[in-house]
Design a protein around this ligand. Structure first.
Ligand code: SAH
Ligand code: MG
Length: 209
């Protein structure tokens, strides 16, 4: 984020949070960037969101920031890597949020959805980018009537616009594009594509009446 705005945006500034950001940077963990975080927190506040499902916890940075917004927020967050789960658990405890952030250490594609809540006001998709369509299709039934699905990294860390990619990255890029088109052409959801941060989408249900 622009340094000037960064200094003006005063939500959550603490030594612990700075340490999480530094840890992510040093270890190449792709936590949400500040621009996208501002946008996400704004969506949560303006929509009075209290029940959140996050797919992709990493070290818990986005979940912790969302939970700190207000004491009514409850988050179920899914992470498949054991190492990340351990770090996230430690961080969630550090912020004393274990009562409101429920960490589920499992592959979101295998998880039995019956262990989850009946419905969520926000589903935040931020895990393996090539699986976005599968995450969306599996979890959209858990979205409340007026709920929103937010997906991060639709520019795939900017790689989507690069030329001369390796075969591997080309394949991944193609999958991200397919997801973006899947959202754009979806008859059941209307999606806003917001060029904030690394590209985010906000999908809401379409109603005919
Ligand atoms: N939301 C975090 C960043 C998540 S990074 C933040 O902004 O702070 C993406 C994470 O998704 C990685 O830790 C990766 O291990 C996890 N992941 C990838 N595929 C997954 C899957 N199928 N189920 C659960 N987690 C997954
Ligand atoms: Mg992300």
């Amino acid at each position: 984020m622009n340094e000037y705005f960064k200094s003006l945006n005063k939500y959550v500034i603490s030594e612990e949070m700075n340490l999480l950001e530094q840890y992510a940077k040093i270890n190449g963990i792709p936590i949400i960037n500040k621009e996208s975080l501002s946008f996400l927190l704004l969506l949560i506040e303006t929509n009075n969101i209290t029940k959140i499902l996050e797919i992709g916890t990493a070290i818990g940075y986005s979940a912790i920031n969302m939970a700190l917004l207000n004491p009514n927020i409850y988050i179920d967050t899914i992470e498949k890597k054991e190492e990340m789960c351990n770090l996230a658990y430690k961080n969630i405890c550090l912020f004393e949020l274990n009562e409101r952030i429920n960490l589920i250490c499992d592959d979101a594609l295998n998880l039995d959805i019956n262990v989850l809540k009946e419905e969520y006001d926000l589903i935040f998709i931020d895990a393996a980018k090539a699986q976005n369509i599968n995450f969306f299709n599996k979890y959209e039934m858990k979205l409340s009537k007026k709920g929103i699905i937010v997906t991060d990294n639709l520019f795939f860390h900017g790689i989507l616009f690069k030329k001369d990619l390796s075969k591997n990255l080309r394949g991944l890029s193609k999958k991200i594009k397919l997801y973006n088109e899947f959202l754009s052409n979806n008859n059941n959801f209307k999606t806003y594509f917001i060029p904030v941060g690394d590209g985010m989408s906000v999908s809401i249900r379409r109603y005919n009446d």
